[in-house]
Design a protein around this ligand. Structure first.
Ligand code: HEC
Length: 146
């Protein structure tokens, strides 16, 4: 019973927010790659967006070029705040250094947001999968000496 609650808690938020299409979002992300990377730690003129989901604005490790305006904004990135940001960064945070006009098409914004969410989930999935793989490799490496 306890496990069932955990399972529902893990699945339910995804079901509610799964309205955008991450595959289409990945293609639309091409308009961001001039300034942003989807690789953790890969900063360009803008921070890596690999793990932006659920994070406080202006807190990506290793990116030191945030505007004072974004550093002082009290924002946590989720579906709602990202939608407002992508509609018009400078309306949401006057003085931001992300100088783009914004995306007018609501569906395109939803797709990009779905992609950003998937990115954050898959990059933590990669980290979680690393540990068991390393443990599995040890016996194989030892076997020739036995
Ligand atoms: C011309 C360069 C440029 C383009 C194009 C651009 N950005 Fe940005 N972006 C930036 C900069 C610079 C910042 C940092 C803004 C600040 O500090 O005020 C930023 C910040 C952000 C942040 C907040 C990061 C954080 O750590 O809080 C998000 C989210 C974001 N961009 C998403 C996008 C998406 C999605 C696209 C494509 C639709 C995009 N950006 C296109 C330059 C760009």
């Amino acid at each position: 019973m306890k496990y069932l609650f955990v399972l529902v808690a893990l699945i339910a938020p995804n079901a509610v927010l799964a309205d955008g299409d991450p595959a289409r979002g990945k293609r639309a992300f091409l308009q961001c790659v001039m300034c942003h990377s989807a690789v953790p730690g890969g900063h360009k003129s803008g921070p890596s967006l690999a793990r932006i989901w659920g994070r406080n604005a202006a807190t990506v490790e290793g990116f030191w070029n945030y505007s004072e305006a974004l550093k002082q904004a009290d924002i946590v990135w989720d579906a709602e705040t990202l939608d407002e940001w992508l509609t018009s960064p400078k309306t949401m945070v006057p003085g931001t250094s992300m100088r783009v006009p914004g995306i007018k098409d609501a569906e395109e914004r939803r797709d990009i947001i779905a992609y950003l969410k998937q990115l954050a989930e898959s990059s933590s999935a990669i980290l979680e999968n690393t540990a068991p793989r390393i443990t599995l490799m040890k016996p194989i490496q030892r076997s020739p000496q036995q």
